[in-house]
Design a binder for this molecule. Structure first.
Ligand SMILES: *Cc1c(COP(=O)(O)O)cnc(C)c1O
Length: 431
């Protein structure tokens, strides 16, 4: 694979950009080699600066569910560009967007738009504390909720990729109110509830930042009951799963309603949008209605809203969720078959349009079992997939995503790349 121009940009970029990236996982640190620089993308395909073409299964870590530059979305964005970029005053688009979001999530009467998933979650935590008058938050090991201080403990995503438990620069005081429980383990939650200062439990209802891990039906049901019985708020961090697992997110699919819901990624269709929402009683705490302060110069940005509205409407029309399920099931089968044929221990976890393999014998149900994966095998697998035209997240602990723009041909291309990549793993690791 020719990557001369990526190497050149990487070398040049390192001087003035931290690691030549603006988000750590993009540096390809855990898979080695040089990060690929992207030139452009259209539909299901993404092209790097050396002209290599890939089927895109990163999709900007989720937002591009319709593929790149969907024509309806692009037309809408271009139209709104003509009216100006930001006004510091309200626009009709924000109202339409709020209606769309509240309609999709029955637990949300009101919503507030922000600029990222991180912002959505940190605001939701502040809100839960304001509403309950309590301080402690329970989070699950391996779940990632953005990079705010209080949530940078036992976090997944880039921290799992780099094998770091937390972050320097986060004072002990900032995390002393964060309690860690195990995913799919209700006892580990109950243990913390002896503490009477718990404001909320935050969860990725379908975990996607330690690889894909689905909750058992019983676990979600018990969480809901437990929070309700003890007056604790349940915060669903649906930044990844919102509009992706189903139009109404993991909550629609799993059949529960959270007290506060956080959104990001798909909701902006590729522009920076995050959101948090809840029933009236809770959202009325937020300024200007209440005394919990939260603001943003660019929040509800008109171009971002136009992209979000067009994306959500198109998504609703296309209703791709059954097809996603079929494609993911196909890829699961193909990966398992290729692994078996080559004598490789492999687990494949998936939920809706999120899927990824783990190179381990152990069934992956939480952060601990996810970490039994052989990341060296993933590394070999990753580069073979890239060489054979499939753009994957450069980490064992990130989900792959499907888009509605993927064709049968794309999917067969992914399958043949999988067959080649599994063989390469076997050649290297099976003696
Ligand atoms: C991506 C993600 C975030 C952080 O969103 P940013 O837009 O990157 O700040 C938070 N929670 C979950 C579940 C995510 O997947």
């Amino acid at each position: 694979m020719k990557i001369d121009k990526s190497i050149e940009l990487y070398t040049r970029g390192k001087k003035n950009l931290v690691g030549a990236v603006n988000s750590p996982v993009r540096a390809f640190k855990s898979v080695g080699g040089v990060p690929i620089f992207i030139d452009r993308a259209k539909g299901s395909k993404i092209f790097d600066v050396d002209g290599n073409e890939y089927v895109d299964m990163v999709l900007s870590y989720g937002p591009m569910i319709l593929g790149h530059r969907n024509s309806t979305v692009e037309k809408t964005v271009k139209k709104y560009m003509k009216n100006g970029y930001t006004f510091g005053a309200s626009t009709k688009g924000e109202i339409i967007m709020a209606e769309l979001v509240c309609d999709a999530f029955p637990g949300m009467d009101k919503v507030r738009f922000v600029n990222s998933g991180t912002e959505a979650v940190l605001s939701a935590i502040r809100l839960a504390r304001a509403f309950t008058g309590k301080n402690k938050i329970i989070k699950f090991a391996g779940c990632y909720h953005g990079h705010s201080d209080a949530l940078l403990v036992a976090a997944g995503s880039g921290l799992a990729t780099l094998s770091i438990p937390g972050s320097k620069g986060v004072p002990d005081e900032a995390v002393k109110n964060t309690l860690i429980a195990e995913f799919n383990n209700i006892k580990s939650v109950e243990r913390h509830l002896r503490n009477d200062d718990v404001a909320a439990i935050i969860i990725e209802p379908i975990a996607g930042n330690m690889g894909v891990i689905q909750p058992s039906a019983k676990f979600i049901k018990e969480l809901k009951e437990l929070t309700k019985a003890s007056g604790i708020l349940l915060i669903a961090d649906e930044v990844m799963t919102g509009f992706r697992s189903q139009f109404g997110g993991a909550q629609e699919l799993l059949g529960f309603e959270a007290d506060i819901t956080c959104l990001g990624k798909v909701v902006g269709g590729g522009f920076p949008v995050g959101a948090y929402g809840a029933r009236n009683e809770i959202m009325e705490m937020v300024a200007p209605l209440g005394d919990m302060y939260q603001a943003g110069t660019l929040s509800g940005n008109p171009i971002a809203m136009s992209c979000g509205i067009a994306t959500l409407k198109e998504l609703k029309n296309q209703d791709p969720y059954k097809d996603f399920e079929k494609t993911a099931a196909f890829l699961e089968r193909e990966m398992k078959m290729a692994a078996k044929a080559n004598g490789i221990d492999l687990q494949v976890n998936r939920f809706g349009s999120m899927i990824n393999p783990f190179f381990t014998k152990t069934r992956v149900v939480d952060f601990k079992t996810a970490q039994t994966s052989d990341t060296d095998k993933f590394k070999t697998f990753f580069w073979k997939m890239m060489e054979n035209g499939v753009f994957l997240p450069p980490s064992q602990f990130e989900s792959w995503f499907l888009s509605t723009a993927m064709t049968k041909r794309d999917i067969y291309k992914v399958r043949s790349a999988i067959q080649i990549a599994m063989k390469a793993v076997a050649n290297k690791f099976n003696k």
